[in-house]
Design a protein around this ligand. Structure first.
Ligand SMILES: [Zn+2]
Length: 272
């Protein structure tokens, strides 16, 4: 059932997504978040009608109004995905009512916004920005600390929750060390620290397993496609540099929503 509130949440998410696009574009370029946006081809400063999230892209059919050069699909995609993720958080929070913190919704909106920026940045530049991975890990840790009482941290589950950031970092670290950074960048490991704090051991491990599964599925599909159709996918050509952060983030969002326990599934299937 789609409610009116969900539609407003989606629109809000789309607007935030449009802001995330600006963050992604201007990060590490020395440009601040202030100042007007302009077309990268002709330098035309964008008017109000050209800045409406999703709609401007649709109405202008993906082209600049002045010079007709194509606008990247990144813009509407990030806007749409952010809107959709915001709705997911809204429904998840609603389902947990009244046993969730009133701050849960804005917190997860904030966290997933960071993760979306990290994903797109990784696709564009093949690197997970250290500062964002750090903010993600720190915010997740603070969240765990403020949403549980002291008693929780005396239990096995609570202690594990605090250790999971480090536990999830280790396999990435060893992959990175053993392959001299060829199989995996250390950035994915830094991302895993935040995932560990945010989701705890069971869901955290599930998120990473899901990430690997989806990445493997997508890679195989693309390889098959490339075999049959001469399809030029730039990031597949550089084998060692397939961005993995987007898959980890997708795994995280799925694990957050569905709370799967792939840890026991793996024990059940493989006995490990
Ligand atoms: Zn232009």
């Amino acid at each position: 059932m789609i409610s009116t509130i969900a539609i407003f949440v989606f629109i809000f998410g789309v607007i935030i997504g449009s802001f995330l696009n600006v963050v992604i574009l201007r990060m590490k370029t020395g440009r601040t978040l202030g100042g007007r946006s302009f077309c990268f081809s002709c330098g035309n400063i964008l008017g109000a009608l050209e800045l409406v999230p999703l709609f401007s892209f649709l109405f202008q059919r993906g082209r600049c109004k002045s010079c007709k050069s194509t606008i990247s699909w990144q813009y509407p995609l990030v806007e749409f995905i952010t809107g959709a993720v915001f709705v997911v958080v809204y429904y998840k929070t609603l389902a947990g009512f009244p046993f969730v913190s009133p701050l849960a919704m804005p917190f997860y909106w904030f966290i997933f916004s960071i993760l979306i920026v990290i994903s797109v940045y990784d696709i564009r530049h093949k690197v997970v920005p250290d500062r964002l991975a750090f903010i993600f890990a720190l915010a997740s840790l603070v969240w765990v600390l403020i949403t549980h009482n002291l008693y929780y941290f005396g239990t096995k589950e609570g202690i594990l929750n605090l250790l999971t950031g480090g536990i999830l970092f280790l396999p990435f670290y060893f992959l990175w060390r053993w392959s001299n950074g060829e199989w995996m960048g250390l950035g994915d490991g830094k991302l895993a620290v935040g995932i560990g704090f945010l989701l705890g051991l069971t869901k955290g491990v599930s998120a990473i397993i899901l990430g690997f599964w989806i990445a493997a599925g997508v890679s195989l599909t693309l390889i098959v496609f490339q075999k049959f159709i001469k399809f030029n996918i730039p990031f597949l050509r550089m084998k060692t540099e397939v961005p993995f952060a987007p898959f980890l983030v997708l795994g995280t969002i799925l694990a957050y929503y569905f709370s799967p326990d792939l840890l026991s599934l793996n024990v059940f299937l493989f006995g490990i």
